[in-house]
Design a protein around this ligand. Structure first.
Ligand code: TYM
Length: 333
């Protein structure tokens, strides 16, 4: 079945192994299936829901685009662009914010986590950010959205918005409720310092994550210092339920080596962590270093990156502005 794929990544710096395994690696596999039509977006309007330094933001937009390309996304096969170049995203977001209900947004756990204790001081943008995400997806009639597990609730909201719009305006199937594509075993890559906490750009500890631009020494050092338990590696998958750090490291290895966790367990069962960590660090370096050097190379040619984004935006704009036109017609504008 042919799929229309849409996904996005925020240009907030420090793209890490969680972004790569949970999302970008999957973007590339989906792109390389000729049945799929793929659109990948650098979601810069999402990034400004928290304060950004304008110069840094510009740099991060290019860096995220470079990471897409360096990981294997091809602007000739997929549409690659940044959100703020296509005005339909903001316009669609406003219209859909009149469909979404306060009660739905109040349930969003990511807002609660990101806003922290003092939610009165969070921006309104941070609160309504899942509506912008719904607009991103629904404007392109995306059927499938590859994301990490942390975005599942936002996708359910997109589905609710699509269904309510279709019902309210008696326009069956006008907005397509998208299916999430979440990788079963690798949906949540966890912090290297705490197997119960998501690997995240905002974690203050650099040792908690592997960034796509880490050097070989940094990668070896971070994996060496990654938290583990004191037992040898498990003999079967059931043992992982109570060993989150082992599960995470075995998951990273399995995903990067394109094999099941079961196979990785068979390879290392009974061995100690120091031996496994050596192998894991070499694998991470093998997979990440070429991406990291390609990112550096690409960033030397800003003109090329800007051209990729501008050309992609022109293609995206054609699709999204036609959809907005019809959307407005349906609601009487
Ligand atoms: P963002 O920028 O926080 O993350 C980008 C992608 O990386 C995934 N991810 C992870 N996956 C596994 N383990 C982790 N530790 C981990 N950390 C991040 C995220 O799930 C995501 O897929 N709201 C989105 C961006 C967005 C979007 C969209 C996505 C905006 N519009 C439309 C899909 C469709 C976000 O903030 O992702």
């Amino acid at each position: 079945m042919s799929k229309k794929i849409f996904s996005g990544v925020q240009p907030t710096g420090n793209l890490h192994l969680g972004n790569y395994i949970g999302a970008i690696k999957n973007f590339v596999d989906l792109q390389n299936d000729p049945n799929n039509f793929c659109i990948y977006c650098v979601v810069d309007l999402h990034a400004i829901t928290v304060k950004q330094n304008p110069e840094e933001l510009k740099k991060n937009i290019r860096e995220t685009t470079a990471a897409f390309i360096a990981s294997g996304l091809d602007y000739k096969k997929s549409i690659i662009f940044n959100q703020s170049l296509v005005p339909a995203h903001s316009e669609g977001s406003w219209i859909l914010s009149c469909i979404a209900r306060m009660g739905w947004l109040n349930r969003m756990t990511q807002f609660k986590e990101k806003a922290g204790k003092d939610k009165e001081k969070a921006s309104v943008g941070l609160y309504i950010y899942p509506i912008l995400m719904a607009a991103d997806i629904l404007l392109y009639d995306a059927t499938h959205v590859p994301v990490g597990g942390d975005q599942k609730q936002h996708l359910e909201l997109s589905r609710d918005i699509a269904n309510k719009f279709n019902l309210d305006f008696n326009s069956p199937d006008f907005l397509i409720a998208p299916e999430p594509l979440i990788q079963k075993n690798f949906a949540r890559i966890m912090s290297l310092k705490d197997g119960n906490k998501k690997m995240s750009k905002s974690d203050p500890s650099e040792l908690s994550r592997i960034n796509l631009n880490d050097s070989t020494d940094e990668i070896f050092n971070k994996i060496k210092k990654a938290k583990t338990d004191t037992q040898p590696l498990p003999e079967n998958e059931n043992d992982l339920a109570t060993r989150p750090e082992a599960e995470n490291l075995l998951g990273i290895y399995s995903s990067l080596n394109d094999q099941s966790i079961k196979n990785t367990i068979n390879e290392f069962s009974g061995k100690n962590f120091s031996e496994f960590k050596e192998k894991l660090a070499s694998l991470v370096v093998d997979k990440i270093s070429p991406i990291s050097s390609e990112i550096k190379k690409l960033l030397k040619d800003e003109k090329f990156i800007d051209e990729v984004l501008n050309n992609g935006a022109q293609k995206a704009d054609k699709i999204a502005s036609a959809k907005i036109k019809n959307l407005k017609k349906i609601i009487g504008l």
